[in-house]
Design a protein around this ligand. Structure first.
Ligand SMILES: C[S@@+](CC[C@H](N)C(=O)[O-])C[C@H]1O[C@@H](n2cnc3c(N)ncnc32)[C@H](O)[C@@H]1O
Length: 245
């Protein structure tokens, strides 16, 4: 049964062309057929989320904006501390994933969590600012990712936290503190992911580190379901908006 569910997801990931006139339509077109089985498959593909959500949930309070939050599953990693937040916004363009958020909110009795259909590059919370902004495997799907990070920087309060987990590849000549990937890794993964409109990028991490003070950074590799021996690189980043900005 679960293999059949996986087959359905694999069809959407590998074979079915993504259609739509603009980015929002393409996101909904890609996710509509997978929304109900999304969490099971992505649990195996999207590694490293728990640590970042758990850490931020314990350390902060106030307003949390989860950009490209999908089904809101990551909020379950936070556990009880989620309830101390005044407002948590799961912002996404795929309405079928946000429908899953609504069900999750009802199931968990999260009166402080709201699903919002909006674009991460421009959205502002009703309060005008946020204490935490997160992007979990969403930056690589946002074509104008510069604008998404700039928007996070704009809405975060000074000292506010940003958490990002995503696929990436290194620059050919990365900073000494960062991992260096060989030619095959740097060439293969961007091509592999691009058919799903996922774009692992060598510049996400340097751009994040340029604008936020680094609190935590880990670079790892994850198994990919049904592709033995292959390991895709991902990073976990927690940063702080400088008090002076
Ligand atoms: C790979 S999914 C990750 C979902 C979730 N964060 C997780 O960890 O499971 C990427 C998400 O980013 C959303 N997304 C892509 N571009 C977006 C944008 N410009 N604004 C808001 N959400 C966006 C997609 O609709 C999708 O739900």
């Amino acid at each position: 049964m679960s293999f059949l569910k996986d087959l359905k997801i694999l069809y959407h990931l590998v074979l079915r062309p993504v259609r739509g006139k603009d980015h929002a339509q393409r996101m909904e077109n890609f996710y509509a057929g997978q929304a109900s089985h999304y969490d099971d498959f992505r649990k195996r593909l999207l590694q490293g989320r728990e640590l970042v959500y758990e850490t931020l949930g314990k350390a902060c309070e106030g307003t949390w904006v989860d950009f490209g939050g999908g089904t809101g599953a990551n909020l379950e990693f936070v556990g009880e501390p989620l309830r101390k937040f005044q407002n948590v916004y799961v912002v996404d363009l795929a309405t079928s994933l946000l429908d899953v958020v609504q069900k999750r909110v009802a199931k968990n009795g999260w009166s402080n969590v709201t699903a919002v259909t909006a674009d991460a590059t421009t959205w502002t919370p009703p309060e005008g600012s946020a204490d935490i902004v997160t992007f979990s495997y969403s930056l690589t799907m946002i074509p104008d990712w510069f604008a998404a990070i700039d928007n996070a920087l704009r809405i975060l309060k000074p000292g506010g936290r940003i958490g990002v987990i995503d696929f990436y590849v290194s620059r050919k000549y990365p900073a000494a503190s960062l991992k260096k990937h060989g030619w095959a890794t740097r060439s293969f993964w961007p091509v592999w992911f691009s058919s799903d409109n996922v774009f692992p990028n060598p510049d996400h991490l340097p751009y994040l580190q340029r604008h936020f003070e680094t609190i935590m950074l880990e670079e790892h590799r994850a198994k990919v379901p049904y592709i033995p021996l292959f390991r895709t690189p991902y990073y976990q980043f927690i940063g702080r908006k400088p008090l002076s900005s």
